[in-house]
Write a protein that binds this ligand. Sequence first.
Ligand code: HEC
Length: 500
Amino acid sequence: MKSTVIKFIGAILLLCIGIFIGKSFFRSSTETAVPMPSGMTYRSTGASNDTTQVLKSNSFNGEIIEVKKGNSIQEAVKKANPGDLIRVYPGNYSENVFIDKDDISLQGVVINGKWPTLDGKKEINDAFLYSGNGILIENFKIINYKGNAIMGQAGNNFIIRNNWIIDTGVYGIFPQYGKNGLIEHNVLSQIADAAIYVGMCDNVDVRHNEVFDNVAGIEIENSRHCLVENNYAHNNTGGLLAFVTPGLPIKTTFDVILRNNFVVNNNHENFGAPGSTVAGIPAGTGILIMAADDVIVENNIITGNNNTGITIVDLATGDPKANDPNSEGNPDRVTILDNIMFDNGNNPTGEIKTIMLTQLDSNGPDIFAYGGGTGSTIRNKNRYRTFGIADYGTAQINDTKDILTMMTPKPVPPRSVSKEEIGELTYYGVCAGCHAFGTRLIGPPTEIIQAIHNDNPQGIVDYITKPKNLRDDYPEMPPQDYLSDEAKMAVAEYILSIKH
Ligand code: HEC
């Protein structure tokens, strides 16, 4: 059991989900009918439990820059000033677009079913990488990247919506270290790790997205105050996940609501990169809560997940390596309200299978809890087939209908990020996917890098800008030239300072 638990613990990342707006692209069939952007730089919040929340366009105050087939989106971003709107017309754009300014809106214009399409051709790492605040990215089709479709680094007040994302490598939508964001009405498939990955963020709503054929559907990791609502997660290896990964600069996941989602048939074979954390998620996982606190699971339809409907586990049990004294590994105060659950656990695997063979019913349960944690409750225990929740009390609330959003009522100010933080964030956000301290992942161990480049951060900067294939038994490292000079030096210094 232990090893199983460990495996899927290790595997977890976090997902949040989003929603949608749609207004602008469902209508247009000619260029003249293309409506103006719906929600420019910001929105009124809390007004509704549905998609109208972000529609208010009150702060679009700049120029409109048009990008047509044959032009470059990155060139338009270079020209743009805060407050500007970049409208991208249908066509193929094979680019890595880097946005390091505030209040830039990028809006695809879909005409007659033709989308502006960013195609990474399996050569380019990322489609959109933003570090600015107040970024809007909507209405793009993004395919065939190697790293991420849309990744944010420390950008606050973001909106990512209405995008159609297929096979973009490791992650689909991945805001990291951002506060106050909305991810809605995106459709993502064939992502080798998490389709929507909310990492080290606060105050994010993930609503009305469809995620399917991914390893992890929606993942909320080391993030707080997230609402994952009205999403359709089907045919992933794991559907919705809320967890803590130890060792990251942000240590906790708490205050997460998983509500009104369809979590159906998440039985996809796990195709995560060997060695990656999600590679251990057992196929058939509907919802996974690991070491996250104050998670409420309400009113979801959870069915057809062959391992378990909901798995709740602690970190300490499974992963001795995850020994981060600053990460508390128990899932505390989980609240299960009413959900529709049936037909889960038809073909349990690994440890859950072993455990269930000792039970009267050898199928996997709707709810499986293992390990530490206190204060968890459930509203209607007898409705479900359960394992390990004997100590769950009766839920003190019936619903969460008073909570319409986790976003902040107003935009929050930009984060000020120190050089050390930039280094740490870049390492964990970019490098740690391939480099770990003492073990070989896709790249050589960090301690080897330290030994080679001891006292010479510039050597690391030079290498990551233009990597050469040095070793026969390793693949080539992708160039990190999209990183700013500041981020490159910061991560080089950080990598040399890591001690374990
Ligand atoms: C997609 C996987 C991947 C990512 C992401 C990645 N690396 Fe690498 N890295 C590799 C591989 C593979 C090698 C070995 C290449 C070789 O030896 O031919 C490598 C080699 C290196 C080396 C060379 C060590 C030497 O022998 O001189 C350094 C330095 C390095 N990486 C730093 C970084 C930093 C810093 C980051 C983050 C900004 C990073 N890497 C991100 C895969 C990756």
